[in-house]
Design a protein around this ligand. Structure first.
Ligand code: IPT
Length: 986
């Protein structure tokens, strides 16, 4: 419901008139932030250390990757895109699971992430909340917040008192990692999408709470944050403009994974709206769609990827350049995993997000498309001072094609023409020509050959004019530029288009260069010269290399071949003038003496081409010498044979499995005296229950996993049914017992988050007899709280009503348990969210090192005979050699539509929640570092059958998802204790 109203609100906002404000005093050139002079800005773009920069960033959530040594892998992959920044959220609810007690240890320590960002050469945009959304539990708000009265995300003093310790704690960590202190942090964002506001009665409030914003900025200040602050308005609505640099979010393709090509028309209005709201600061998009979330019963991320694949990057990202966007953060560039119950109820274990870097850290085609674009912008400094000046339609009537013209406002000559289909959902190709302005007058391109170009459906192109590439003056190019470098005085320009397309590059030069095709077919290159201009037209094939004397070397390649090129240093300072072709990933390049050392990943036999200064006399790839030979155009080529040795992968189905019953609660003799007594009679929750005592789990400190309730009654006599209203979040399920008699289950469905159930008791109760009703329910995560002032994250998990039919028994008491210890959770290393309330987990039986030899043997493929829960354990060893990266997953094959739910624990870490009948996820990536790649692993599974006849897994496999040679180097196992008997556990 809330999600729907939010989308409606966003849609309305997108069409709403832009808020008009009084124009602030004229732009300050290079405004400083809070007294520091390192990160500054003007009305066009940011400066870092005095130089103008396009901030091209990708969003990553450190909390969704609990292996510290893998951050560098992701960050190097982001750097290799040509990006210069990474943006992070910090999840308050994880690090302050118990109020006042911060957990920044082990996998929750942010320092290794900051260090890795610095090592990879990326700046950091720090977004600590307090609210983050992010499809995460509570949207970042802590579970204990349920017991804090009143509205959240405004200046309610109870809420202020709740967040201040957190912002102080996280703020100091961010402050010490600021660029002004030698760290990577360049920008900091308080709050998230502070754009919609609610009254206590749930009605919309048109006004943001500026006092809350002031308090947050003050708290950032007090923590020592001095880099500029930014905001991410959900649309250009002019909210939270008290930050230094106003920014906004945009998700132009929507989240409709069901209908992948339902692309909406992109908005033309961004630039004008941005200027209306924030005329003196750069056009900054803090979140731009890099994929999509998916929900229980959803379509799966491969389907989402059809919506948000490389075509989306071509069309919509380029459209943001048409709005002169100078800070662009892609949400998500790497999604990661909702391990340990940290999703909100709207999502499942995978947070793959159909992002450019998949959950298993492999690279999707979209990654390579982004690389082409980010590289281009990095070497096109005039873009940073450009603004849209005109929109052409082609043809004028009918206008299949929209062409936005940007002009460099400072230099006054360079232009960028962004060409796209007027309707991105268009499925047919469209012909076009473009009227361009150049330093020698207006022209219509194409100039050579046919009269029009063809723009394929779902594509977009950038045409440049008067573009300097070193000393070369490109008058115009209709071939897209990926990069250029000046290497030993020769300018190398890398141009691309789709296979078979023709394009032109015109160079303004008085030199009568001979057009020398050194690679590819000479017949595909046509040229024309005048006294001032040399124009080449190339029909694009795999690769054409054209030398123009000693001064210029042009690579004209098709898009797929362009994907192969890497620029290890996109900086215009030409400190490392090197371009490398080949390899799945280029991580680093550096000279040591005359040796050019390259590191990266390959997945097949690779012919590298090294375009480097003559100074390079020898080459190494991951430390091994690469023998090369000279090409006809003065570059070096060397073949590398990739080795990806086979490793023994255990057949999980054939391992020896041990098991125990994990629902002793429904045996007659079970003693729940150590459980928490649910005896509160008041809740701060706005939904007041009808029950005699409060039966909301968060009121007793339980916020995740399974929750068990036990109601003890003395029968009046004649009770026949038990009725309840219970809530657990989308796709939740529950089962009910009367003593040891199973009464029934609600199996769940993708949408419902609550259920009214009525169950026949085990025969009419006898007067005076004692009974225990046991309810086992799923907690699908705390709800998000998108509106300021909302209390949605307090949505209860538990019962708001129950009654008996036939007669009304006398209540003795209710007992409740979730994870052992609740907010004083048992496992500091793996955090409060890792565990739920199942017996075996409360006991710590999911941890490695338990002696389970006395347990009975049974495989989860044999499964459980009736309704209930069993807990299975097995061990296996892995021995994966160094120097390869083999991401793995635990797969359950195809769904059988049985109502069974599985929690997967790998070496104690909860790395997946599988619901067979709801899905969609059947494959659960588990990273190296959680899986021990060199030694023993403990795999434990809880198997909850909601079927009368029981349930079993159909298959279970450990699958190697990809094999590359290279990788990030040694990956240490995440620290987490082994099993020891848990004092006080029950
Ligand atoms: C935007 C949030 O800021 C971000 O945290 C995440 O939830 C993202 O959406 C969707 O994945 S909200 C935007 C969709 C209105």
């Amino acid at each position: 419901m809330v999600a729907l109203s939010k989308i409606a609100l966003l849609a309305a906002a997108a069409h709403a008139a832009v808020i008009q404000r009084d124009a602030p005093a004229g732009p300050k050139i290079r405004q400083t932030g809070n007294g520091q002079n390192v990160v500054t800005w003007d009305q066009y773009s940011f400066y870092v250390n005095g130089g103008r920069v396009m901030i091209y960033s990708g969003e990553v959530h450190p909390f969704r990757n609990p292996v510290q040594d893998l951050h560098l892998d992701i960050l190097q992959k982001i750097k290799a895109l040509g990006f210069n920044a990474v943006s992070i959220y910090v999840h308050w609810g994880i690090v302050e699971y118990e109020r006042g007690k911060f957990n920044w240890d082990g996998v929750f320590d942010l320092q290794p992430f900051f260090d890795a960002a610095k090592a990879a050469g990326l700046w950091v945009i720090a977004r600590p909340g307090p609210y983050i959304n992010a499809e995460s539990a509570g949207g970042g708000l802590p579970g204990w917040g349920a017991r804090v009265e009143g509205q959240w995300r405004n200046s309610n003093p109870n809420y202020t008192a709740a967040w201040q310790a957190y912002i102080d704690s996280v703020g100091k960590i961010i402050a010490k990692n600021q660029i002004t202190k030698g760290g990577p942090v360049i920008l900091a964002q308080p709050e998230n999408e502070y754009s919609g506001f609610m009254e206590p009665d749930g009605s919309l409030n048109p006004n943001e709470d500026t006092e809350y914003e002031r308090l947050l900025l003050e708290a950032f200040d007090n923590a020592g944050i001095e880099v500029p602050t930014v905001c991410n308005d959900a649309w250009i609505g002019g909210h939270f403009t008290s930050v230094d640099v106003y920014g906004y979010d945009n998700y132009p393709a929507g989240f409709n994974c069901q209908d992948p090509l339902s692309w909406p028309d992109p908005p033309d209005y961004f630039y004008a709206s941005h200027k209306d709201v924030a005329p003196n600061t750069p056009n900054a998009i803090l979140e731009f769609q890099g994929g999509s979330f998916d929900s229980w019963g959803g379509y799966g991320f491969e389907q989402c990827y059809k919506l948000i694949g490389p075509e989306m990057v071509r069309v919509y990202n380029k459209n943001t350049y048409a709005s002169a966007t100078h800070l662009l953060n892609i949400y998500m560039i790497y999604g990661g995993t909702n391990w340990g119950h940290l999703s909100n109820p709207g999502g499942y274990s995978s947070y793959d997000y159909a992002a450019a870097i998949a959950e298993d850290r492999t690279l999707r085609e979209k990654y390579y498309e982004l690389k082409l674009q980010a590289n281009f912008l990095a070497v096109s400094p005039a873009y940073l001072t450009s603004a849209p000046v005109d929109v052409q339609r082609f043809p004028t009537a009918g206008s299949n094609i929209t062409i936005t013209e940007l002009l460099d406002q400072v230099g006054g000559t360079q232009r960028f023409y962004i060409v796209r289909q007027t309707k991105p959902a268009e499925t047919t190709d469209s012909a076009f020509s473009v009227d361009i302005e150049t330093s020698i007058g207006k022209k219509t391109v194409p100039q050579l050959g046919s009269a029009q170009y063809v723009l394929p459906a779902h594509d977009s192109k950038i045409i440049v004019t008067d573009y300097p590439a070193g000393d070369v003056h490109v008058l115009y190019s209709t071939l897209e530029i990926m990069t250029w470098k000046v290497i030993d005085g020769r300018t190398v320009i890398l141009l691309y288009a789709n296979t078979g397309e023709s394009g032109e590059i015109a160079i303004r030069t008085g030199t009568a260069y001979k057009v020398d095709v050194r690679r590819g077919k000479a017949s595909t290159v046509t040229s024309k010269r005048t006294s001032m201009v040399l124009t080449l037209q190339v029909v694009v094939g795999h690769e054409t290399v054209v030398a123009l004397g000693e001064d210029i070397l042009l690579y004209v390649v098709d898009r797929v071949n362009a994907y192969n090129f890497w620029v290890p240093d996109v900086n215009l300072k030409q400190e490392l003038p090197v371009i490398i072709k080949g390899g799945y990933l280029l991580r680093t390049a550096a000279f040591s003496g005359n040796t050019l050392s390259l590191t990266g990943d390959t997945n097949r036999t690779t012919v590298f081409e090294i375009i480097a200064p003559k100074k390079a006399q020898a080459y190494t790839w991951n430390g091994a010498r690469l023998d090369t030979s000279l090409t006809r155009h003065g570059t070096q080529e060397g073949r590398y044979r990739t080795r990806t040795p086979r490793v023994d992968i255990p057949d999980l189905a054939r391992l020896k499995w041990k098991y125990i019953d994990s629902l002793p609660e429904v045996s007659g003799s079970y003693d729940d005296s150590k459980w928490v007594t649910a005896d509160h009679t008041y809740t701060h929750n706005k939904i007041k229950p009808t029950t005699p005592v409060i039966l909301y789990a968060s009121d007793y400190g339980f916020h995740s996993g399974n929750i068990l309730w036990r109601g003890h009654f003395t029968a009046a006599g004649g009770e026949t049914t038990f009725n309840l209203t219970i809530q657990g979040g989308n796709a939740f399920a529950y089962s009910v017992w009367d003593g040891d008699e199973y009464l029934g289950s609600f199996r769940g469905a993708p949408a419902p988050s609550a259920h009214n159930g009525s169950y026949m008791l085990a025969g009419p109760w006898k007067p005076g007899s004692s009974h225990v009703i046991t309810i086992l329910q799923d907690h699908m995560g705390l709800e998000q709280n998108w509106f300021g002032g909302e209390e949605n994250f307090k949505s209860f998990r538990g019962l708001s009503d129950y009654s008996f039919g036939g007669a009304t028994p006398m209540l003795k008491h209710w007992k409740v348990t979730g994870n052992l210890g609740g907010e004083k959770f048992a496992d500091w290393a793996r955090g409060g969210y890792n565990e739920g309330g199942l017996y075996a987990v409360r006991k710590g039986f999911h941890l490695p090192g338990l002696d389970d030899s006395k347990w009975d043997s049974k495989s989860p493929l044999k499964g459980i005979n009736g309704p209930g829960i069993e807990f299975y354990r097995t061990t296996f060893t892995l021995n994966v050699p160094n120097g390869v990266d083999y991401p793995m997953s635990i797969d359950f094959g195809s769904r059988t539509n049985k109502s069974l739910r599985v929690e997967i624990y790998v070496n104690g870490w909860q790395f997946g929640k599988y619901t067979d009948d709801i899905g969609p996820q059947t494959s659960f990536p588990v990273p190296q570092g959680i899986l021990n790649y060199k030694g023993e692993n403990t795999l434990a599974l809880s198997l909850w059958s909601l079927e009368e006849g029981g349930a079993a897994l159909a298959t279970i496999d450990l699958v190697v998802r990809s094999e590359v040679e290279g990788g990030v180097g040694s990956v240490r196992n995440s620290p987490g204790p082994s099993y020891t008997a848990r004092a006080g556990s029950y």
